[in-house]
Design a protein around this ligand. Structure first.
Ligand code: MV4
Length: 505
């Protein structure tokens, strides 16, 4: 086997690590600005696939299939994002006799339709939020929509059939706002997905977002895992994920996991997938949608189960049978938390902060896992998602995991660009977060309450260090730029060693 990774950044590095552990050679692909990227350096081979815009490189099925053919790869891992949930890509791989390390094209296509996914859940006997089963036809009259809404009740949500992740969604509190909301949702969905179909769901107030990771093999076995708690989101973007959830008892865990497995079974699912649920305050849960890929937050599941999901993706794609003990997958050992470190400035409304990373010291030590995609000297391009690393803390209990995360965030140093680290240091100290008392509306509300104070209140030592680092950086750049050597660089090794010692003292 030889695996081409149709992705970049931390997830490409994560997949390369799994392949190396399994003795499988890897092929990276890269756009122009990624020529020197970390995933390119760490793969055995690398093939250029075009200009910076993803639409001209990482999203080009033809170029990726061609790169696989030219490199002699016989399997393709799509990672997440880009082409990971594109049924035509999975089909193109199959047509080119490449093993797609993921589910079947049919499963991707089916779950891409939110209404078809709801029907599969209903067929599996899994609760869905009350709503319309069929999307509205483009020709649907106003009276048909109004009648459907009256049957559901308010507040409700207009959702795009091709949507997911909050795009093309509209909340409607009163009957008179319904038709305008349907119109804007339709036009938003039309331009975002090329499909303007929408449907209605009753709105669950203040739900938690709970999801179930699962693996399925090509012989019909489905293994569901302990849940992930993903309610900490900012504008529909997850920022912190945990496993297990404080809101899920062992009994509820078995119920939700069985529901997830039933949905997967109904559609003949194989490889890694995740089923999202809304969990109501009263403990009722509802199927939301299925993600037919490896997810960003998969490491928290790996940490509490000691099961490597990427290894299993590869073994399943090779046709192997799952032989995981179902109880092991469902019983969390300790607690894991993941913080997504983005190249964004939390003090400027989380504005992207691309640029060159001048210095990088990731956190390490007991219970810490750093899934990084960059290194010192690498740059964060403006063209793609700005996730630079995922910091995962594991400990025996949630309180200890929070303390460990705070410690690791304090160790983490990134020079040259802004990151979300100061925001996480603040969040880990919030009493409501520490109490686990939150739902999907929590973070946006908490941020709205803040009066714009800076997240980055550096203490004195950190400020001194930053000043020293900046001075050294300016000096090195000035001398390198002018083609000069630092004074005395040609001194004897003895003199150089003596100078280093003096610096250390
Ligand atoms: C909902 C909901 C409440 N009721 N559906 C947002 C993203 C998309 N996957 C579905 N989403 C929601 N659907 C009903 N019927 C609330 C949300 C929602 C949400 C869900 C998960 C995580 C964060 C969220 C933030 C706001 C709204």
């Amino acid at each position: 086997m030889k695996v081409l990774i149709a992705n970049r950044g931390e997830i490409a590095v994560r997949i390369i690590r799994a392949c190396r552990e399994m003795g499988i050679p890897t092929v990276a692909v890269y756009s122009d600005c990624d020529r020197d990227a970390r995933h390119v350096r760490e793969a055995e081979q690398a093939i250029p696939i075009g200009p910076n815009p993803a639409s001209e490189s990482y999203l080009r099925i033809d170029k990726i299939i061609d790169a696989a053919r030219r490199s002699g790869a016989d399997a393709v891992h799509p990672g997440y994002g880009f082409l990971a949930e594109n049924a035509s890509f999975a089909q193109a791989c199959a047509d080119a006799s490449l093993t797609f390390i993921g589910p079947s094209a049919e499963a991707i296509r089916l779950m891409g339709s939110k209404t078809a996914a709801r029907s599969a859940a209903i067929e599996a006997g899994v609760p869905v939020v009350p709503g319309t089963e069929q999307p509205f036809a483009d020709t649907a009259g106003d009276d048909e929509i109004v009648a459907a809404a009256a049957g559901i009740g308010f507040p409700l949500i207009v959702k795009a059939v091709a949507g997911g992740g909050g795009k093309g969604m509209r909340t409607v509190d009163r009957a008179e706002d319904l038709l305008p909301a349907v119109r804007t949702a339709r036009s938003e969905a039309g331009s975002a997905f090329g499909d303007s179909a929408v449907y209605l769901e009753r709105r669950i107030l203040k739900p938690r977002h709970i999801e179930i990771q699962l693996l399925g093999d090509q012989h019909g076995t489905i293994i569901p895992f302990v849940e992930r708690e993903c309610s900490i989101q900012r504008r529909h973007q997850k920022v912190v994920e945990e496993s297990p959830s404080l809101a899920v008892s062992p009994e509820l865990r078995r119920e939700i996991a069985a529901a997830a497995a039933a949905v997967a079974k109904t559609v003949g699912y194989y490889n890694a997938g995740t089923i999202e649920f809304l969990l109501d305050a009263d403990g009722s849960f509802y199927f939301l949608e299925m993600n037919t890929r490896l997810q960003v937050e998969h490491p928290v599941t790996e940490m509490v189960t000691s099961i490597d999901l990427v290894h299993w993706q590869i073994r399943i794609a090779r046709g192997e049978r799952l032989d995981i003990d179902p109880d092991r997958a469902l019983r969390p050992q300790g607690h894991a938390i993941e913080c997504r470190i983005y190249a964004e400035d939390p003090d400027l409304g989380f504005m992207p902060s691309p640029g060159t990373i001048r210095g990088l010291r990731p956190a390490s030590g007991p219970g810490i896992r750093d899934d990084g995609g960059v290194g010192a000297g690498y740059s964060v391009p403006v063209f793609y998602d700005s996730l630079i690393a995922k910091l995962v803390a594991w400990a025996g209990s949630r309180d200890e995991a929070i303390a460990r995360m705070a410690r690791a965030l304090g160790e983490y140093q990134v020079l040259g660009i802004k990151t979300t680290i100061p925001f996480f240091l603040w969040l880990m100290r919030q009493p409501s977060y520490m109490a686990g008392d939150y739902d999907t509306t929590y973070l946006d509300c908490l941020l709205a309450e803040r009066k714009g104070e800076s997240f980055s209140e550096l203490d004195e030592t950190e400020e001194d260090l930053a000043a020293i680092a900046a001075a050294v950086d300016a000096y090195l750049r000035a001398t390198a730029g002018a083609g000069m050597q630092p004074e005395g660089a040609n001194a004897t090794p003895w003199t150089q060693a003596a100078r280093r010692d003096a610096l250390r003292g």
